[in-house]
Ligand binder design. Sequence first.
Ligand SMILES: Nc1ncnc2c1ncn2[C@@H]1O[C@H](COP(=O)(O)OP(=O)(O)OP(=O)(O)O)[C@@H](O)[C@H]1O
Length: 238
Amino acid sequence: MIELKNVSKSFKRINKFGYKKFNVLDDINIEIETGKITAILGINGAGKTSILKTMAGLLKPDMGIVLVDGKKISKDTYNILSFIPDIDSYFSGMSIKETFEFMDFFYKNWDMKRAYEMIDIFGLDKNYIMNNLSKGNMARIKLIIGFSQGAKYLLLDEPFSGIDFLKREEFVGMIPKYMDENQAIVITTHEISEIENIVDDVFFVDDGKVVLKINAEELRELENISILDKMREVYSNE
Ligand SMILES: Nc1ncnc2c1ncn2[C@@H]1O[C@H](COP(=O)(O)OP(=O)(O)OP(=O)(O)O)[C@@H](O)[C@H]1O
């Protein structure tokens, strides 16, 4: 389990009066359970990426605590967390094959068989050069890298940006297909409709706060409404 307990983080922002502190994360409490796909949902600037970076140990909270399997983030926890960022900054001059070889060297649990299986499914060629990839193919490679690192916790920041409408269903379907039961996947998104069918827990984030947590199954059973409807309800009450 990943636990964020009373996590707060602020940055300084410059304005005409000088610097002003503003809260990016404000007393966040989140639990990520294994065997589940969890979505962190919110509009632009809500704090989704900051939450993911905090889970990955890349952003240090000013207050509160982050526990991964009951332990504070350390070198040991890095091996069980895989953070796939929104930006495409991978190894620009390398081919896909060379990128995989680099990953194999770097990550002790790298699964080369899985990586090649996934590029076949996506119809990619291992000799493609990374910086020539289209946005959609880069998104696919990032998903492959995430799933092949063999990490228990896979943190995917906006994984669907760049994937066109027609291919999204196939792409989204790969996530539960490749997920192990003792793994947990966290996805940030502002478009819940595309993952509505695969997600278990959803944390609605607004202005650095968790404003609602729902379980997708319970929502369907108890309220008989979709997550998208719930999202409209939450954000229209502002
Ligand atoms: N290092 C930083 N320094 C200053 N401000 C930051 C920093 N990182 C994030 N912010 C600000 O914190 C707020 C939340 O950013 P964050 O990237 O977490 O939001 P988000 O929900 O992921 O947004 P988006 O959907 O646009 O990616 C934004 O206002 C952003 O400008």
